[in-house]
Ligand binder design. Structure first.
Ligand code: HEM
Length: 439
C-alpha cells in the first residue's frame, strides 16, 4: 500500500535556501520520466511509484508525485496546496510573445481552476448553478443527431478508412460547448485553433519564436470573450433572452450575483477550452481502447448498458489529463520528502490511476473493474471538474451510436498511434479506423 502523505507542521520542515530535493533510491534518470513525452509514459510512472514516488524533476523544476494516496491527499488539501499555478505557462513567455499579448490587451486569467478560496468559492457557487442536468438533457438530441451524421459521413469514405478523432471526436464536444456558450457551429475551426494555442502556450514546450503565432491567437481569443460578454449585456438591455451560459451569468450579475465582467469573460475563456479538448480526447480514447481490446468491444455490443463502466475504465486507464499542478503554501512533507513552501508540484493522475495499491492488475483494461470510478482523472476536492457529467454524457452517446452504426469498426496501425508532447494533456494525434469485413 502507498503510505499516506505526512503533512508536517511548517516549523518541522525544510528551510528555504536548502536544496529542496530528497533523492530517491534510484539513479537520477532510472525512472525514465520525460515530462512532455506522452506517447507511452506508463513504464516511467511504474518506475516512479516503485522507486521515487515523490521526486524533484530538474527539467521542469517541479516535485513529481506519482502514488494514488499522495495525489489524492494533495488534491484534497487546498489549505496546504493551492491550485494557483494550474494555468501558469510551464515555459516562461518570450519577450516577443509577451509584447504581442500586452499590446493586444490580453488580461485573461483562469476561470476557476487556478483561483483560490475565497474567490474560487464565490465564483464556483455562481457558475455551477448553470451546470444543471436539465441543461445537459436538453442537449442530448442534438449531440445524438450530430454523432449519427458524422459517423455516416465517415462510413461513406470511399477508402474504407477514417480517422475517428478528426471525423467524429473533434466536432461533437466543440459544437456542444459552443452551443452552450451561444456560439454557432461555423466557429468550430476558429475556436479549435485558439484552444490548440492555449494548450501549447500553457502546457507546451515552445521556443520563443514558436510562441509568436500562438500569442496572436490568444489575443484574438480573449478579445472575442470580452466581446461576447459585452454582447450579452446588450441583449439583456434590449430585453432579449440569450439562452446561453454567458448570458445567464450576465443576467445573474444584474440580479445581484457577485461576479464581474472580467470574471465572466475568464470563465468563458476557460470553458471554451476545458469544455471540448479533454472530451475530444475522452471520446477518442474510449473508442481507441475498446477497439484495441476487442473482447471489451464485444462485451458492449452484447450489452450496451456496460457503456458507463467502459467510460470510467477509459478515464482510469487512459486519462485525457495525466498531470495537474499545485503549489505548496507551507513547508511540508509528502511521502517522507520535504517540500518547501512555494514549491511547484506536478500530480500524476495518469500514474495514480495505475497504482496497484488501489487498483488490482492496474495495467489491464477491464470494463468489469469494480472500482474504476475511483480514478482521479477529474481531480478531487474543491476544484473537482465541473463538466464531468457533460463529458461522460457525450462520450456515452458517441459510443452508443458507434456500436449501432459501425459494429465492425477496427483500429489500423494501433502501435503507430502517437500522442502530442505536453505536460498535462495526453491526446492522440489520430485514431485510424476501418470497418470493412475482415479478409
Ligand atoms: C474528459 C473530460 C474532462 C476531463 C478529463 C477534465 C478534467 C479536469 C481536471 C483534472 C480539472 C482540475 C481538477 C482539480 O484541480 O482538482 C478540471 C477542472 C475543471 N473542469 Fe474539467 N475535465 C473534463 C471536461 C470538462 C468539461 C466538458 C467542462 C465544461 C463544460 C469542464 C470544466 C471544468 C472546470 C470549469 C474546471 C474548474 C473547476 C474548479 O476549479 O472549481 N471540464 N477538469
Amino acid at each position: 500500500m502507498t503510505a499516506q502523505p505526512a503533512l508536517a507542521h511548517p516549523a518541522a520542515s525544510a528551510r528555504a535556501g536548502q536544496c529542496p530535493v530528497t533523492h530517491g533510491t534510484s539513479d537520477a534518470n532510472a525512472h525514465g520520466f520525460a515530462p512532455f513525452a506522452m506517447t507511452d509514459p506508463f513504464p516511467s510512472y511504474t518506475a516512479l511509484r516503485e522507486n521515487e514516488p515523490v521526486m524533484f524533476d530538474e527539467e521542469i523544476g517541479y516535485f513529481v508525485v506519482s502514488r494514488y494516496d499522495d495525489v489524492k491527499a494533495i488534491f484534497d488539501n487546498w489549505k496546504f496546496f493551492s491550485s494557483e499555478n494550474a494555468q501558469a505557462p510551464v515555459r516562461a513567455r518570450g519577450a516577443a510573445a509577451t509584447k504581442i499579448m500586452n499590446d493586444g490587451g490580453f488580461t485573461a486569467y483562469s476561470g476557476l481552476s487556478a483561483r483560490i478560496p475565497p474567490e474560487h468559492t464565490r465564483m464556483r457557487a455562481i457558475v455551477q448553478k448553470e451546470f444543471t442536468p436539465r441543461r445537459y438533457k436538453a442537449l442530448e438530441p442534438t449531440i445524438r443527431e450530430n454523432t449519427a451524421r458524422l459517423l455516416q459521413q465517415m462510413l461513406a469514405h470511399l477508402t474504407g478508412r477514417g480517422d475517428f478523432l478528426q471525423d467524429v471526436a473533434v466536432d461533437i464536444p466543440t459544437i456542444t460547448i459552443l452551443g452552450l456558450l451561444g456560439v454557432g457551429p461555423e466557429m468550430v475551426s476558429t475556436y479549435k485553433k485558439w484552444s490548440d494555442s492555449r494548450a501549447a502556450m500553457t502546457w507546451g514546450d515552445l521556443s520563443d519564436d514558436e510562441q509568436i503565432p500562438h500569442a496572436h491567437n490568444l489575443v484574438d481569443y480573449w478579445t472575442e470573450c470580452l466581446r461576447l460578454v459585452s454582447n450579452a449585456h446588450e441583449q439583456l438591455t434590449a430585453d432579449l433572452n440569450g439562452d446561453n451560459l454567458v448570458f445567464d451569468l450576465v443576467q445573474a450579475q444584474s440580479t445581484g450575483s457577485d461576479i464581474s465582467d472580467h470574471e465572466i469573460a475568464s470563465v468563458y475563456y476557460s470553458l471554451l477550452f476545458a469544455g471540448h479538448e479533454t472530451t475530444t480526447t475522452l471520446i477518442s480514447n474510449t473508442i481507441r481502447e475498446l477497439l484495441a481490446h476487442p473482447t471489451e468491444w464485444q462485451k458492449l455490443l452484447d450489452d450496451p448498458s456496460r457503456i458507463p463502466a467502459a467510460i470510467d475504465e477509459t478515464l482510469r486507464f487512459s486519462p485525457s489529463i495525466v498531470g495537474w499542478r499545485r503549489k505548496a503554501l507551507v513547508d511540508t512533507e509528502i511521502g517522507g520528502v520535504q517540500i518547501p513552501a512555494g514549491a511547484n508540484i506536478l500530480l500524476l493522475m495518469g500514474s495514480a490511476n495505475r497504482d496497484p495499491g488501489t487498483f488490482e492488475q492496474p495495467e489491464t483494461f477491464d470494463i468489469n473493474r469494480v472500482n474504476a470510478r475511483n480514478h482521479l482523472s477529474f481531480g478531487f476536492g474543491i476544484h473537482y471538474c465541473l463538466g464531468n457529467m457533460l463529458a461522460k454524457m457525450q462520450d456515452k452517446i458517441v459510443v452508443e451510436e458507434t456500436l449501432k452504426a459501425a459494429p465492425t469498426l477496427r483500429l489500423i496501425d494501433a502501435e503507430k498511434i502517437a500522442f502530442g508532447d505536453n505536460l498535462s494533456f495526453r491526446a492522440p494525434t489520430a485514431v485510424p479506423v476501418t470497418w470493412g469485413e475482415t479478409k
